[in-house]
Design a protein around this ligand. Structure first.
Ligand SMILES: [Zn+2]
Length: 381
């Protein structure tokens, strides 16, 4: 380790985290970012709750004669499943929407079914053609970039927005919690529609027909013309994953899949095998740092966990190779091959930066998520 190696005195982020800095008390900028968000959203305070209720009142007022008043994206994971329970408690009429990238674990699929049927919420699922999905995954491996699962994240968002347009709903609720999931370091996980397209154009073999690709034009259409709004209710309320899991199990028979991101095979592959092996990246620090910050886990224990080996799901690497039709030889070449990034491919990044003032205003009125503005509209060092 270098002499200036430092670990944040509050969470477990250290000097290896991109763009990290420490104050005189040794607290990192990411901890300050979380504190800043808590202040902005008055998280877990009566004022925060009141703010959220104001938003809900507006949603209800605007959606009186509609069958649904909001969209809740579901993955079978903890946050989104719990959000669905809360949405009903808040008196909303949600439509659950799921993007199926065909790599779901059996538990995730069962969870989605259990939660929506117990709560009696309608479910809209969009399933991409599996050959097409696999061709995109394969392209990302051949490209040698870290964002193997980017097509899922982007496809998920596009599916939510399409469903919102189809059912004439303006509000999309997202089960994200900055307290529990942390703030991801800027520049580690970049994706946009042009990025997915340019990598697939270069390395793909199967024509893109069913994959819900979100282009810049569509993004603007959803935000400016359809006026779709993204709301993250968990940013306002006291929320812990541990409590949410308890409630979910009791109320719906929801089952724990054993770890963050492990509900889906492509996400599990990125976190436990691809990133650690090819990029020496261990993303567990994101959730562990968040737990240390909130006191969900003692900092010492979080550090210990971070320094223990990553558990690799049995047979997952073989599954990926077989499914993506990659030989052992080819796989070794990919893993030892060049480490590329979004900078090596066409993206919308420069365009987002040029339009920063416009996105600032759109974030201010909640039309685009604030995290989009912070993450996409500034140059990355
Ligand atoms: Zn910190």
């Amino acid at each position: 380790m270098k002499d200036n190696f430092q670990i944040c005195s509050r969470c477990i982020y250290d000097s290896r985290v991109p763009n990290i800095s420490f104050d005189e008390e040794g607290v990192c900028n990411y901890c300050h970012q979380v504190t800043g968000l808590e202040e902005t959203f008055k998280t877990g305070t009566p004022e925060g709750e009141a703010e959220l209720q104001k938003i809900f009142a507006q949603i209800k007022e605007e959606s009186k004669n509609k069958k649904y008043d909001c969209i809740v994206g579901v993955s079978g994971g903890t946050d989104s499943s719990y959000l669905l329970i809360k949405a009903l408690e808040w008196g909303l009429r949600p439509l659950a929407v799921h993007y199926d990238n065909t790599w779901n674990s059996a538990i995730a699929t069962e969870n989605i079914r259990k939660v929506t049927s117990t709560l009696n919420v309608d479910l809209y699922t969009y399933v991409v053609d599996n050959k097409e999905a696999d061709d995109i995954f394969r392209s990302f491996l051949l490209a040698g970039v870290p964002e193997f699962d980017a097509s899922t994240d982007l496809g998920f968002v596009q599916t939510l927005r399409k469903a919102a347009a189809k059912y004439n709903v303006k509000y999309i609720l997202e089960g994200h919690s900055f307290r529990e999931e942390g703030v991801s370091p800027i520049g580690k996980n970049y994706f946009d529609g042009m990025y997915v397209k340019s990598i697939h154009d270069k390395y793909g073999k199967v024509k893109m027909k069913t994959y819900p690709l979100m282009t810049f034009f569509q993004f603007m259409k959803w935000t400016l013309f359809y006026r779709q709004k993204y709301i993250r209710p968990l940013w306002y309320i006291n929320y812990t994953k541990a409590d949410a899991k308890k409630v979910l199990k009791e109320k719906t028979g929801w089952e724990d899949y054993g770890g963050h991101h492990l509900e889906n095979r492509s996400a599990a592959y990125v976190h436990t095998l691809y990133l650690p092996h090819k990029f020496k990246m261990d993303m567990r620090n994101l959730a562990l740092a968040a737990l240390a910050r909130t006191g969900g886990m003692p900092r010492e224990e979080a550090l210990l966990k971070y320094n223990s080996p990553i558990e690799e799901p049995e047979g997952l690497e073989e599954y990926v190779k077989k499914r993506l039709n990659i030989s052992d030889e080819e796989y070794v070449k990919i893993m030892n091959g060049p480490q590329r990034s979004f900078r090596d491919f066409k993206t919308y990044k420069k365009r987002f930066e040029r339009l920063r003032p416009m996105f600032y205003l759109l974030a201010k009125v909640n039309i685009i998520p604030r995290s989009f503005y912070l993450k996409y509209c500034f140059p990355i060092k």
